[in-house]
Design a protein around this ligand. Structure first.
Ligand code: NAP
Length: 271
């Protein structure tokens, strides 16, 4: 094992189930908050949820409960959120669920941090995580950089035809909260913003962070999971809100970023 722990929300979801497997295969201990443990493959549970090893710890619960969040991130080196309310059912969307989750998560980390730095506490298990990765989507802008015209049109179609409105708006609120409080949160964040996702076999397309443009091509849940596991270990991404795109997107013509340096190679700063 790596000796590092990941607190994971959404480990039974479309991206999260790939991430869970990858993280365990890579030797991380994973504490996964899941409502229904039966949704995790039996093969994974048999291999990693061993009485002696406990490389996989299932916290049966919901991310709407502060105590379940606290258990999931206890002692975690990294926290990853690939959770979300179901898409395409706007009338059933639990209002502000992700914003409430993220602000509660922030509260838990800050309270843990305060108690670990107090003179009466000798515990080291409450050190804040190195980073919290929150998976949002490409239709959610940051406050300082609105969507391009074409992506605003795609977003409108997504909202009205596919019923994605509340999911996108909730993720946008989370992004705004992180953006506004980035210097006072007390922990690092990465907000990933993938575009269209599909469940085709992955593993062949390498992805990268793009701080300027989303992709017009669908990427796979499994490739996104691979990228996300690398991203949490890459401190150069901490504090950023990247779109996640195929590496070969560079072959497409790129719009020059007005605020970037004059050097041609700096345009479209990517990693
Ligand atoms: N899917 C896409 O095409 C797409 C594209 C771009 C961005 N995104 C964004 O990526 C993120 C993850 O999406 P996804 O499609 O990978 O996930 P998903 O398949 O929608 O799965 C959602 C996950 O969240 C869990 N969850 C929901 N409510 C919960 C609660 N109260 N407590 C604990 N767990 C809860 C679900 O658990 P259960 O298994 O128990 O339901 C499931 O594991 C979202 O922010 C989404 O907007 C998705």
């Amino acid at each position: 094992m790596t000796g590092e722990t990941i607190g994971l929300f959404g480990g039974t979801g479309s991206t999260g189930n790939y991430f869970l497997r990858l993280a365990l295969e890579a030797g991380f201990k994973v504490q996964a908050c899941v409502r229904n443990p039966d949704k995790i493959d039996k093969e994974i549970q048999d291999k990693y949820k061993d009485k002696d090893k406990d490389q996989l710890v299932i916290v049966q619960g919901t991310f709407t409960e502060k105590q379940d969040i606290a258990k999931t991130i206890q002692g975690a080196t990294y926290v990853v959120c690939m959770a979300g309310a179901p898409m395409g059912k706007p009338k059933e969307y639990p209002k502000d669920i992700m914003l409430t989750f993220f602000t509660t998560l922030t509260q838990v980390i800050q309270e843990n941090n305060t108690s670990s730095t107090s003179s009466t506490s000798s515990s080291t298990s409450s050190t804040p995580p190195k980073v919290v990765l929150y998976q949002a989507g490409a239709f959610s802008p940051t406050p300082d950089r609105p969507l391009t015209m074409i992506h605003s049109v795609f977003k409108a179609v997504g909202q009205w035809v596919m019923g994605l409105g509340p999911n996108v708006d909730d993720n946008t609120q989370v992004i705004a909260y992180i953006h506004q409080n980035i210097n006072t949160l007390g922990f690092n964040t990465i907000v990933s913003r993938p575009g269209m996702l599909n469940d085709k076999p992955g593993g062949n397309v390498q992805l990268k962070a793009d701080h300027f443009s989303p992709t017009n091509f669908a990427i796979t849940f499994s490739d996104l999971a691979i990228w996300s596991l690398k991203a949490i270990q890459d401190s150069s991404l901490y504090g950023t809100f990247p779109f996640v795109v195929p590496i070969d997107q560079d072959i497409l013509p790129r719009k020059k970023e007005p605020a970037a340096s004059n050097k041609e190679e700096d345009v479209g700063e990517t990693k």
